[in-house]
Design a binder for this molecule. Structure first.
Ligand code: GRF
Length: 218
């Protein structure tokens, strides 16, 4: 079966994008990362992608002022030109109007550094520490019009340890992010993952230890 063509949208460091690129080096992985788009010209991840031989494009949101739809149409043109099948948001720091997630319904994933629905939005590690959470983690979810609220695909938890700072906790969460995102993309690309009645459904997939999927819960 042809590998799915994936674009990864970033705004910064791009370590999750790099984890997807690494996973897709395996010829048996059902997706290939063919394009990395950044809305920020200075995103460090762009250099990584170029070095990895992946096409990169900057779609700078500041060129569109407050016109989010115009920015999204520019993104859409780039995605269409590259025949993209699946979009992965990886540290992409722009909110969408309903139009763009509508276009990519069921074909766009995001990774969020918290166990959603806990701690949506920014500064999730600070939020977890401030709340006294004992467990924190990461979530891959489908992107819908509402920020960080689309159907959850899979999650992985890490402990919050005494003495943790936002930085130490972020680093622990990041290690599970880098395993979780390639797994979710694999399921979507091989057709095992879909949305039904507003929930993710995963058919016949091996779920590694430490990873939870919604329907695995009692
Ligand atoms: C990650 O923690 C991701 O979950 C969040 O933003 C961060 C991006 O890191 N959405 P990187 O750019 O992938 O290194």
């Amino acid at each position: 079966m042809a590998r799915k063509r994936v674009a990864v949208l970033i705004s910064g460091r791009g370590s999750n994008m790099a984890a997807l690129v690494e996973a897709a080096k395996d010829k048996n992985y059902p997706a290939e990362i063919v394009l990395v788009i950044s809305n920020r010209p200075d995103a460090a991840g762009i250099a990584f992608a170029r070095n990895a031989g992946i096409a990169t494009t900057i779609v700078d949101h500041t060129d569109y002022g407050k016109n989010r739809e115009a920015f999204e149409h520019a993104l859409e043109n780039v995605l269409e030109d590259s025949n993209i099948d699946i979009v992965c948001l990886a540290g992409f720091m722009r909110l969408f109007t309903p139009w763009f997630p509508g276009k990519w319904q069921g074909r766009m994933l995001n990774i969020h550094p918290a166990l959603l629905p806990a701690f949506p939005g920014l500064h999730t590690h600070e939020q977890a520490l401030a709340a006294g959470a004992r467990t924190h983690g990461a979530t891959v979810h489908f992107v819908t019009a509402e920020m960080d609220a689309g159907p959850i695909v899979c999650q992985a938890a890490v402990p919050v340890l005494p003495g943790d700072t936002a930085e130490t906790l972020a680093a622990r969460v990041l290690t599970v992010e880098h395993k979780l995102y390639p797994l979710a993309l694999k399921w979507l690309a091989e057709g095992k993952l879909r949305v039904a009645d507003g929930k993710s459904v995963i058919d016949d997939a091996h779920v590694p230890e430490g990873v939870t999927i919604p329907q695995a819960r009692p």
